[in-house]
Ligand binder design. Structure first.
Ligand code: RAM
Length: 907
């Protein structure tokens, strides 16, 4: 199954006759509602079929109700980011912006987009927090029978509740917006219809400091006369189970879910009606009897409430909601894509195993099932358990879920045509065990629904080798299954936490596959507030449970994530925001380690986590990361114009590098411990002087050879393996690791049916079966960080060392291994870049598309540089192509934007 076959496709740019702006974004999002700033940032991409085309000038005009608000005037810079430069924008207002772009020939093309601001001023919030009030409705629902041994703990989760408010609108409606959030999870309805298609709102942030509110347009859902706005409210991250601590792992932020919503209706006559949560709302329990992210859901269709969110409904028996105040101090406008269902997967196979059915989706996902129930009698109960793997007897493997039940229950109301789909839970699964289903279950009755943060797809990779395509598919699904509001380690067991190393290691791969800028910016907000007074960063963000902070490679996410985001997207705002956190983090390590070898304050120190058969020296790993963090902090200072700081951290970085060499590198260039990761880190982070560099490469290669070309790397080393081998001329070795299917390798998991990246190389082995059950996720993305090399190394889409936002592309495809062709595409901030290469009969062909306004250095691999042609003509005859180097193994040339088609002999 290739990435294409699994959906989540990359949308192609418009095919246009001349320079055209597209993908117009405000605050990096397409037509966002409810942005949180009065000085937004605008950006756009460009497409053009014309070689050498670029944006010569642009002009941006901002309007409100057709009235001009700001005019940037014509600007002749080539940027595709611009900050609003007029008076601060107004709260709760719709805007439209028109963009004109002038090309190199003076031709102008126009495009436009809209956006709306959120609530800027605290006094505009009339909504109050409401919750179930035990005083007015003391009736306590008995704990739901979920016949699991853990019912005692589950009893602490109260039944989800249904809230509603009916009201009359007497005047015509011009526009209606609802601003809503919850302590817990909520799903809104208006007049019997669901509002939007977001899932798991408000998403997970560090609720102690930051809680996102969402903005929805409900103009089309409202009417003159009676209207109802309503919500279902569950526990989620707020008060449900999070993480693994079985003693107290619910109620991290609060004990009970609460709702906050404000509907603002603008009438055509200029007046407004505001309906906000307060004690005039009524509430009750309903068919959703239990809902928890880790445990699952229980739904009793016999308790359905009819048209409870529609006008004309008799809600006399509902209880008034309890008013618990109006503290909105933690509210922020949602700034990133919500979680959504992004793909439906039909069941592949249904088999019977004893009393149960086992359904196979053919793909490990994070999400849930939609089940069609046929021929059930009222009271029939169906149980759905979820798992990633099967035991050898065909039964569901759930031991690796630890205390996460991942079990849903549905009780039928009888009759035909029932559907069940949970709303406030997520399971990590490929298989579903279904118990109690009346009659014969078929594949048509079960659909897997994949859900994750709906980050726009940004990349595509495919090649001639099925195994590599499967690996890429596994990497993509690893990202999809674990980018659920925050970057998590795994989606199935009782953990699902924002482990910082996992996130920083995978980020470069993630960014090739999706636009993850706002996703990570949001997470960086949680990282900043979690920094301790001393400057340490907790192991997991949002900060819950672990109590550990300041771990090498984990806490360094504080510098690596913002710097990587800046380099990828070119928005210096990321650095501005992260700067204090970056600096304080590096200072924290430096203060505790005066000789610059990071051995003090290493907290949990996981080393090169889950490496195989070796142990990389921990001081080596820590000190290398210390240098890396200092380097990125210096680089950030340089971008921000903080020259003294840039100098200070730059020098610190150089001194750490020198200390590293002194302490760990011997006369033969061996790094202490002599492990693959021990060499990869200083090579990748540039810590070795020239004389040691080649020696380190030699020792690294020798170690691989001596092990029969087998890897030993864990989380920290694995991402660097193929890129470093390639950089130092050992592409063939990198390809061998890529194609390897012996243990330990990516191919080994694929040979044994993996559809996602496993947490550990020994997740399952022929010798021992399942790996250590205490920690054995089959959907962890960290070891999938080789994805960066597939896009950057194999397809050859990369940027120059000092380039930002892919403005100076390096196109350097690397034919090798079993591949006869490979292709990649990637949406840079400026536009689409793509490559396709093919080796045929000793001849090499390369198609490249370079986005307007950028330049590319193209490496054409060949032993015969003289043979290189572009569009069937010698390079010298082609305007704009500048040959930089004609070496013995490649011809290197520089080209402006446009489409090129190179051929060469002697590859
Ligand atoms: C595990 C997590 C994560 C890793 C930590 C150290 O529990 O799954 O992947 O970063 O341990």
């Amino acid at each position: 199954m290739t990435s294409e076959a699994t959906g989540w496709p990359l949308t192609d740019p418009p095919s246009v006759p001349a320079l055209t702006p597209y993908d117009l974004r405000c605050e990096h999002r397409v037509e966002p509602l409810g942005i949180g700033t009065d000085r937004p940032r605008f950006s756009w991409r460009l497409a053009s079929p014309v070689r050498g085309d670029r944006q010569d000038a642009f002009r941006l005009r901002l309007e409100r109700d057709g009235v001009k608000v700001w005019d940037s005037g014509w600007r002749t810079d080539q940027r595709t980011y611009v900050d609003h430069g007029g008076a601060p924008l107004t709260s709760q207002t719709d805007y439209m912006w028109r963009l004109e772009v002038r090309d190199a020939a003076g031709k102008v093309c126009e495009a436009s987009a809209t956006f709306a601001t959120g609530i800027f001023h605290p006094e505009e919030w009339q909504a109050r927090w409401i919750e179930h009030d035990y005083e007015t409705d003391p009736y306590f629902e008995p704990p739901v029978d979920r016949d699991e041994p853990r019912t005692v703990r589950q009893a602490t989760i109260a039944a989800p509740r249904y809230y509603r408010r009916s009201f009359d609108l007497t005047k015509p409606i011009r526009r209606a917006r609802v601003y809503a959030t919850a302590h817990g999870l909520y799903q809104l309805q208006a007049n019997g219809r669901r509002v939007g298609n977001d899932e798991l709102t408000p998403g997970w942030t560090d609720y102690r400091y930051r809680l996102a509110y969402q903005t929805y347009d409900v103009t089309d859902l409202l009417q003159e006369g009676e209207n109802v706005v309503a919500a279902v409210l569950g526990e989620g991250w707020w008060s449900g189970y999070v993480g693994w601590d079985t003693r107290s792992h619910a109620h991290h932020y609060g004990k009970k879910p609460q709702l906050l919503a404000q509907l603002v209706v603008d009438h055509t006559d200029g007046s407004q009606t505001v309906i906000a949560t307060d004690s005039s709302w009524v509430e009750r329990t309903g068919p959703l009897r239990f809902a928890d992210l880790l445990m699952g859901e229980s739904y009793d269709a016999r308790l359905e409430l009819g048209d409870w969110s529609s006008p004309g409904y008799d809600a006399a028996a509902w209880a008034p909601a309890g008013d618990v105040g109006a503290d909105i101090s933690t509210l922020i406008a949602a700034s990133t894509e919500p979680v959504r269902v992004t793909e439906d997967l039909p069941a592949l196979e249904v088999t019977r195993n004893g009393d149960h059915y086992i359904v196979d989706l053919g793909q490990n996902i994070a999400g849930r099932v939609r089940l069609r129930v046929r021929g059930a009698a009222a009271g029939d109960r169906i149980r759905l358990r979820h798992g990633e793997m099967l035991e050898s007897d065909g039964s569901l493997y759930t031991a690796n879920l630890r205390t996460a039940d991942a079990t849903d229950y549905y009780v039928s109301a009888g009759g035909e045509g029932e559907f069940f789909e949970p709303i406030f839970t997520v399971h990590g699964f490929r298989y579903v065990e279904i118990d109690g289903y009346p009659g014969e279950l078929t594949t048509a009755d079960v659909t897997g629904r994949a859900l994750h943060s709906d980050t726009p797809v940004a990349g595509r990779f495919e090649c001639s080798d099925a195994g590599v395509n499967q690996l890429l598919s596994n990497i993509r699904w690893g990202q999809r299954g674990n980018f659920v509001s925050v970057p998590t380690d795994c989606p199935q067991r009782d953990e699902r936490l924002g482990w910082t190393a996992d996130a920083q290691i995978f980020l470069p791969t993630a960014a090739y596959q999706a636009d993850v800028l706002t996703f990570f910016e949001n997470w960086m907000g949680d990282l900043a507030v979690a920094q301790t007074d001393e400057g340490a960063i907790p192991d997991v963000i949002p900060h819950v449970i672990t109590g550990r902070h300041g771990t090498p490679a984990w806490a360094d996410a504080a510098t690596i994530v913002p710097w990587t985001l800046y380099r990828t997207y070119g928005d210096e705002r990321v650095l501005k925001q992260a700067w204090p956190t970056m600096r304080r983090w590096v200072d924290y390590v430096r203060q505790a380690n005066p000789d610059l070898i990071w051995r003090n304050r290493t907290s949990g120190h996981y080393g090169d986590w889950l490496q195989v058969g070796v142990r990389t020296d921990r001081d080596v790993l820590a000190t290398a990361y210390f240098a890396r963090s200092a380097e990125f902090t210096a680089a950030a200072a340089r971008v921000l114009g903080l020259d003294d700081e840039a100098k200070r951290y730059g020098e610190l970085r150089d001194r750490i590098a020198a200390a590293f060499v002194r302490e760990f590198v011997d006369a033969e260039g061996k790094v202490r411990g002599d492990t693959q990761t021990g060499y990869l880190l200083p090579l990748a982070f540039g810590l070795l002087p020239e004389e040691h560099e080649q020696a380190a490469v030699k020792h690294l290669v020798a170690d691989l050879e001596q092990r029969g070309r087998s890897l030993t790397t864990g989380f920290a080393g694995v991402a660097l393996l193929c890129p470093i081998l390639t950089k130092y001329g050992h592409s063939e070795l990198a390809y061998e690791l890529l194609h390897d299917d012996r243990y330990p390798s990516w191919g080994y998991s694929i040979r044994h049916g993996a559809t996602t990246i496993w947490e550990r190389w020994d997740g399952w082995t022929e010798e021992s079966g399942f790996g250590p059950v205490a920690m054995n996720s089959f959907n962890h993305y960290s070891l999938g960080s080789v994805g960066e090399w597939l896009y950057g190394g194999v397809a050859g889409i990369d940027q120059a060392v000092d380039s930002v936002a892919f403005r100076q592309l390096v196109i350097r495809p690397r034919p090798g291994g079993r591949l006869t062709w490979a292709e990649g595409a990637y949406d840079t901030p400026t536009g689409r870049v793509s490559t396709r290469w093919e080796v045929n009969d000793g001849k090499f062909a390369l198609e490249v598309v370079i986005p307007p306004g950028t330049t590319a250095t193209v490496h054409v691999p060949t032993s015969d540089p003289e043979s290189v042609q572009e569009s069937k003509r010698p390079l010298a005859e082609q305007d704009g192509i500048e040959v930089l180097e004609s070496a013995d193994r490649a011809l290197v040339c520089r080209v402006p934007s446009g489409s090129y088609s190179f051929t060469a002999a002697g590859v």
